[in-house]
Design a protein around this ligand. Structure first.
Ligand SMILES: *Cc1c(COP(=O)(O)O)cnc(C)c1O
Length: 421
C-alpha cells in the first residue's frame, strides 16, 4: 500500500461486528482463564497482553501503522520523544559505553545524551554533521555502540547526509539511530538510506494538532546484532531478569524492540497512555495531506521572507542556494518540513518586536502543528546559553523559528507582512 493508504487503513483492522474506528483499551490489565497461561506470558513464552505498562492493544495498533510507514519490522510507542531517544540509545548502551552524536540535534536530545546519560556512565562525542568522513572517523572508539543524528535538525534545519553517516556507523560495526521527527515518514524513510533505528517525537507533525505528547521507536531489522556479541551483550547474552533468554536467538529481527519493551519499559515505565495513542492515530490519518500543505506554505513563506527588505537571512532547505538544498532534494524530494528560521536586519531586538506584533501566529514553545507559531530560541528554549554556545548549537541570537501551519497561505503572509511593517 502507498503511504496515504497506510495512514488510513493500517493498524486496527476490525473483524465482523467490531468497532470501525480504533478503540481505546482504557484498561491497565487483561484477564486470563488459567494461572499457567499468565505465567507463560511473564516468561515471554507466549505473546499476549497482561499489563499496560508493558503493552496495550491501542498502542500496538498505532505503533504498527508507524512501523509500516517507516518500512520497519517492529515498533513501540513511548510517553514522549525524549523517552523514545533515551530508550533507543540505552537499549544498546550501558555504563562504560560511548555514543557518537551530531552537534545539531534537538536541545532536549543534546542534554539527554551529553548530560543525563553521562551521569549513567555513557560517554558521548559530539561531531559536526557536515564534516568529511575522514574527520568523523576520529570520533569512534572501541566502546562506541551507536551513532545518533536527526534527519532535519530542530531548529538548525541541517539536513543529514544519511548515507555518509550509515556507512561510517557500519564500518565501525554499530547502528545508526536517526530521529526522523521533522521530516516524518511521509517525506523521508531513513531506512532506505541505511539507517538502522528511527525515532520520533510523535508530539509534532504525527499528532499534528498539539494535543498529545508522545514518542515512537522503529527498528528496521537490518542491523545484525548477533554478528557482534561482545559489542551488544544485552541482546546477545542471557537476560537474567527473564530466566536467561537471549533476545537475538529467541526473537530474531524483533530482538531490539522486544528487549526495549520487556526490559526498559518494564523497568522505567515511560508508556504512552492509550488515550494519547488514540489521538495520535487520528493525527496519522491526515499526515500526508498536512505535510503536503505544511511544505507548500513553508516554501511560500520562505520565498516571501527572502524577498523582504527588513529580513537579513532565511534558512529553509527548500530554497535554491540553501546549504542543504541538494541534500534535501536527494533525501526528501517531495518536501522537507514546515519549519523555517530567519533573522531580521534589526537583530535580536527587532525579532522580539516583530513577534509581539503578529496577530494570528502565536508565540509558543511547540513546533510542527496545524497552527502557525513562532519562537525566539535565544530568549526562550535556549535562554540559558550565551551567544557562543548558541552559535555552536547552530542557533543565531537573532534567529526566529517560524513553524508554518496549514492555514491559507494568504493569511499567513498577510500576518508576517503587517508585523514586519
Ligand atoms: C520535540 C522533539 C523531541 C522531544 O520530543 P518530546 O515529545 O517533546 O519529548 C525530540 N526530537 C526532536 C527532533 C524534537 O523536535
Amino acid at each position: 500500500m502507498k503511504k496515504e493508504t497506510i495512514c488510513i487503513q493500517s493498524g486496527w483492522k476490525p473483524k465482523n461486528g467490531e468497532a470501525r474506528v480504533l478503540p481505546i483499551y482504557q484498561s491497565t490489565t487483561f484477564k486470563y482463564e488459567s494461572s499457567e497461561q499468565m505465567g507463560r506470558l511473564f516468561d515471554l513464552e507466549e505473546s499476549g497482553y497482561f499489563y499496560t505498562r508493558l503493552q496495550n492493544p491501542t498502542n500496538d495498533f498505532v505503533a504498527q501503522k508507524i512501523c509500516e510507514l517507516e518500512g520497519g519490522v517492529a515498533a513501540m510507542l513511548t510517553s514522549s520523544g525524549q523517552a523514545a531517544n533515551h530508550y533507543a540509545v540505552f537499549n544498546i548502551c550501558e555504563a562504560g559505553d560511548h555514543v557518537v552524536m551530531s552537534s545539531t540535534v534537538y536541545g532536549g536530545s543534546f542534554n539527554l545524551i551529553t548530560c543525563t546519560m553521562k551521569k549513567m556512565g555513557i560517554e558521548c562525542t559530539v561531531v559536526d554533521p557536515d564534516a568529511p568522513a575522514q574527520e568523523l572517523e576520529k570520533a569512534f572508539r572501541d566502546n562506541t555502540k551507536c551513532v545518533f543524528a536527526e534527519t532535519i535538525a530542530n531548529p538548525a534545519l541541517v539536513v543529514l547526509d544519511i548515507e555518509k553517516f550509515a556507512k561510517l556507523a557500519h564500518t565501525h560495526q554499530v547502528p545508526l539511530i536517526v530521529d526522523n521527527t521533522f521530516a516524518t515518514p511521509i517525506n523521508c524513510n531513513p531506512f532506505m538510506w541505511g539507517a538502522d533505528i528511527v525515532t520520533h517525537s510523535t508530539t509534532k507533525y504525527m499528532d499534528g494538532h498539539a494535543m498529545a505528547v508522545g514518542g515512537c521507536i522503529v527498528d528496521s531489522g537490518n542491523f545484525d546484532w548477533a554478528a557482534y556479541p561482545e559489542k551488544f551483550p544485552g541482546l546477545c547474552t542471557p537476560d537474567e531478569s527473564y530466566h536467561g533468554i537471549v533476545y537475538t536467538e529467541k526473537f530474531g529481527k524483533a530482538a531490539y524492540i522486544t528487549k526495549a519493551t520487556s526490559q526498559l519499559m518494564r523497568d522505567l515505565g515511560s508508556i504512552q497512555s492509550p488515550q494519547n495513542a488514540f489521538l495520535l492515530n487520528v493525527g496519522l490519518e491526515t499526515l500526508p495531506l498536512r505535510m503536503e500543505r505544511h511544505c507548500y506554505n513553508a516554501q511560500k513563506c520562505a520565498e516571501f521572507l527572502q524577498s523582504h527588505e527588513k529580513v537579513a537571512w532565511v534558512n529553509y532547505p527548500g530554497l535554491p542556494g540553501n546549504k542543504y538544498y541538494e541534500l534535501a532534494k536527494k533525501y526528501m524530494p517531495n518536501g522537507t518540513c514546515g519549519v523555517i528560521s530567519f533573522g531580521l536586519k534589526g537583530g535580536r531586538e527587532a525579532a522580539a518586536k516583530m513577534m509581539d506584533r503578529l496577530e494570528m501566529a502565536a508565540i509558543v514553545t511547540h513546533v510542527a502543528d496545524a497552527r502557525t507559531s513562532v519562537l525566539h530560541p535565544a530568549s526562550h528554549t535556549h535562554r540559558q546559553m550565551n551567544d557562543e554556545q548558541l552559535k555552536e548549537a547552530g542557533v543565531a541570537p537573532d534567529l526566529i523559528r517560524l513553524s508554518v501551519g496549514i492555514e491559507h497561505i494568504d493569511d499567513i503572509i498577510a500576518d508576517l507582512s503587517q508585523s514586519l511593517a
